[in-house]
Write a protein that binds this ligand. Structure first.
Ligand SMILES: NC(=O)c1ccc[n+]([C@@H]2O[C@H](COP(=O)([O-])OP(=O)(O)OC[C@H]3O[C@@H](n4cnc5c(N)ncnc54)[C@H](OP(=O)(O)O)[C@@H]3O)[C@@H](O)[C@H]2O)c1
Length: 269
């Protein structure tokens, strides 16, 4: 899709990856509807983008029905008023580095709701108000394809999002709406606590710059690439885990004492 002068709605717009995506898309000439929970942060982001008056802020807590209804009613009204919305980019997400045993049930429910149920419900809404041709992009994670200790529920939610994206893209074949999935690896944002960042350094894991991830998103949009896994060697491990999961389990087993040590530190804090 050529995104110049197209209207795109972004959840998680003020986050580490979301704000860079907003900058890259605004520089490319898109008109953005920025969704977040804090109006001051949204306004500050809007003012920092190219052509601020072509963008707008929408406050919505996506873990509430009211937040989801706000998006549906606003987008439906814009569509009725003749404003075409060509894309929905589901970026909002959360995780917690913790063993399953230590997790509170509410935190598990909220994480799975935000990472999986919310993009499903927003995609369903978008089928009512999105222009054709239109794009839905879901931001996943390498952990959607590789089960990793300390991230059991995050892996589950992102794996669900990957399969949902694939299934909906196939269901919508020929309708003018494509569904894309982009899976970053570790990225330098506050989603990752100091302990997780220390663990990544300890294990020698690469950490990407969010601006680079945002540029990859722009490429996915322009080329309408259905699925992309970012980062080497992670994209290789994704393939190996499909055909030789025991090899990946063996590699993770070698890290398990270190992961356990960092999990213990995270759980004490
Ligand atoms: N950072 C990484 O290492 C990494 C790696 C792979 C994939 N990802 C994925 O990339 C996406 C963005 O992550 P990030 O690193 O940018 O994280 P981040 O900086 O923590 O941003 C998360 C965003 O989600 C929004 N959000 C959280 N709860 C919300 C709720 N209830 N309602 C509405 N919005 C809510 C936040 O909105 P507010 O501004 O209102 O707080 C924030 O904008 C996520 O889906 C994440 O899973 C991240």
């Amino acid at each position: 899709m050529d995104i110049k002068d197209k209207s795109l709605i972004l959840t998680g717009a003020c986050g580490g990856i979301g704000s860079e995506i907003a900058r890259v898309l605004a520089d490319a000439g898109a008109h953005l509807i920025l969704v977040g929970r804090n109006i001051s942060k949204l306004r500050a982001l809007q003012l920092s983008l190219s052509e601020p008056s072509t963008h707008q802020a929408l406050v919505a807590d996506l873990n509430t029905q009211q937040g989801l209804d706000t998006i549906h009613h606003s987008c439906s009204q814009w569509q009725a008023d003749g404003r075409a919305i060509h894309g929905l980019i589901n970026i909002a997400g959360s995780n917690r580095f913790s063993s399953l045993l230590e997790r509170k049930s509410d935190s598990i429910r909220d994480e799975i709701h935000l990472n999986l149920t919310v993009p499903i419900l927003l995609s369903q809404q978008a089928l009512h108000w999105m222009a054709r041709p239109g794009l839905i992009v879901n931001i996943g994670s390498t952990f959607s394809a590789i089960g990793y200790p300390g991230y059991t529920t995050y892996c589950a939610s992102k794996a669900g999002l990957h399969r949902f994206s694939e299934a909906l893209d196939r269901e919508l074949d020929g309708t003018g709406i494509r569904v894309l999935y982009l899976a970053p690896r570790a990225t330098d944002t506050t989603l990752n606590s100091a302990i997780v960042t220390e663990l990544n350094h300890h294990l020698g894991n690469q950490i990407d710059d969010p601006r680079w991830v945002a540029n990859q998103l722009l490429l996915s949009l322009r080329n309408e690439t259905p699925v992309r896994w970012l980062g080497w060697p992670e994209k290789l491990w994704v393939r190996v885990n499909q055909i030789l999961p025991a090899a990946v389990a063996g590699a993770i087993r070698k890290q398990s004492a270190t992961i356990r040590q960092f999990l213990n530190k995270a759980e004490v804090l």
